[in-house]
Structures are given as structure tokens and as C-alpha cells.
Ligand binder design. Structure first.
Ligand code: BTN
Length: 255
């Protein structure tokens, strides 16, 4: 892949791996070596990471595994970046589907009720600054049978939804351009408009959900996404949860 000419920050340098443990881990461990906006893409990851310590398994050539390193992040933006990545992914991937691509809080990218992509943001202190690595895994070219054979009833891909065999590169370019635009919007306008857009595409809002956090399970209706990115729910009491810690499931299905 060639570096992006039309972006402000993202993708001026692109590192490509045939096989790496995890594009997130690589950029996090080597954050001091690369400029803001550096992208790492791998054909295959042998220790891909998902949210909440889970493994992320993806087949070489079928799924996109990509991370973006941000080295100039303001502290108050850190908890919002997972949501902003979700907005970028929803904007970029929506064009492939008649019904668009929505988000399950905090940042699972959905088509209908199925998961098309997952996002994991990790941060580390870099001198006096915070560096954040935003990683995304997108199911692009797996046939429907892949999800049934691997007992992934909630998984889907661009191919299985549309019948189209899109190249991983095309998807990567679209995502990177969209993420760059979101970051620029945040730099110029702050978070308000982006949070409104997030709430408009977040299908969790208004639903009855079950939230698991540190072993405690609570139920409520998801009401709002706050300025710090947390999800507030109304059950027997009002409670708010942060993305890094919580798992949210719909009471009547995945969403
Ligand atoms: C999730 O839904 O649990 C998040 C999945 C994130 C997967 C991506 S693939 C590229 C990057 N590298 C990783 O090890 N994880 C993220």
C-alpha cells in the first residue's frame, strides 16, 4: 500500500507485515520510533487481541487487520477515541450496504444485527504525552459458511452481506481516510457534533441491555452516551459504564 496523499495525519507512513503477533502490540511497543498517524497492516496476526483481554482470530487474506498510532493525543480525547474510530468505520463501511453500518456501544461495527468489525484502542505513556493505538479488524472476504462452520452466529463479512469480493486494500484506504476526517473534525470543532453523530448510529441506545462489569451484571435501558464516552443506563438505578471495562448485550439477542 502507498502512503496517503490526501490525509492530514493518518497514513503518511504505512508498515506492512506478512505476519506479526498483533498490529496493536507492534505499534504500542514501538510507539517512540514512528511519527503520529503511522499505520500498521498485517496479512496475518498470530496473537490478535480483542476487547477485554479476548483473542481476536482472523484468517489471512480474508479479514483486514490494521492499527493507527496517534502520538499527539490530549488527555480528554483518550476515552473518546474508541467512539471516534467507530464513527470513522461506520462512515467508511456504510457505503457497502443499503442499510448502512451501525455501532453497538462502544464500537462494534454492525450490519443489521451482525458484527462486521471490531475496534480495540490501547494507550501508553510516551514521555510527557499519551500515545494511543487504534486497531480495527474487519471481516471482508469470508463466505457465509465461514461463520456457520466456526460457530460465529453473530459474525458477518462484506462478502457474505453483499456477494462482493472487495479488496482488503480498498477497505483499508476508505477507513484511513474516514478516520483522518473524524480526527480533523474533532481538532476543529471539539466532540459535540461527533457525539451527536455517534448517538445517531449507535443501535444500543433505547434498547434493554445487560451490562457486565467486574463480574457484576446489571440490566437497564441504554439512555445516553456521555461526554466521556460512557454509556448511561436506566434500570432499578441509573448507572454509567466505561467502554474499556464493560460488556453489553441486548436482552433479546446480540444487540
Ligand atoms: C473486538 O471487537 O474485540 C476488538 C477487535 C480488534 C481487532 C483488531 S485487528 C487489528 C488490531 N490488532 C489487534 O491485535 N487487535 C486489533
Amino acid at each position: 500500500m502507498h502512503p496517503l496523499a490526501d490525509t492530514i495525519v493518518v497514513g503518511k507512513q504505512i508498515l506492512q507485515f506478512d505476519c506479526v503477533d498483533s498490529t496493536n502490540s507492534y505499534l504500542k511497543e514501538n510507539a517512540q520510533l514512528f511519527p503520529n498517524g503511522t499505520v500498521a497492516i498485517a496479512r496475518e496476526q498470530y496473537a490478535g487481541k480483542g476487547r477485554r483481554g479476548k483473542r481476536w482470530v482472523s484468517q489471512a487474506g480474508m479479514a483486514l487487520s490494521m492499527s493507527v498510532l496517534l502520538t499527539e493525543v490530549e488527555m480528554e480525547a483518550v476515552p473518546l477515541l474508541p467512539l471516534f474510530c467507530g464513527i470513522g468505520a461506520s462512515r467508511a463501511l456504510s457505503s457497502y450496504f443499503d442499510c448502512g453500518a451501525t455501532l453497538k456501544w462502544p464500537n462494534d461495527v454492525l450490519v443489521g444485527e451482525k458484527k462486521l468489525a471490531g475496534i480495540l484502542c490501547e494507550s501508553r505513556i510516551l514521555g510527557s504525552r499519551v500515545a494511543v493505538v487504534c486497531g480495527i479488524g474487519v471481516n471482508v472476504r469470508q463466505p457465509e459458511s465461514f461463520f456457520t462452520e466456526n460457530q460465529l452466529p453473530y459474525g458477518t463479512s462484506i462478502l457474505s452481506q453483499t456477494g462482493r469480493e472487495i479488496s482488503l486494500e480498498e477497505v483499508a484506504y476508505r477507513l484511513l481516510a474516514a478516520f483522518d476526517q473524524v480526527l480533523e473534525q474533532y481538532r476543529h470543532e471539539g466532540p459535540e457534533e461527533l457525539l451527536k453523530e455517534y448517538s445517531a448510529v449507535c443501535v444500543t441506545l433505547g434498547r434493554e441491555v445487560q451490562v457486565e462489569q467486574a463480574g457484576v451484571i446489571r440490566q437497564g435501558v441504554a439512555r445516553s452516551v456521555e461526554r466521556d464516552g460512557s454509556l448511561c443506563c436506566c434500570g432499578e438505578e441509573i448507572f454509567c459504564v466505561h467502554g474499556g471495562e464493560a460488556s453489553v448485550r441486548g436482552l433479546y439477542g446480540y444487540v
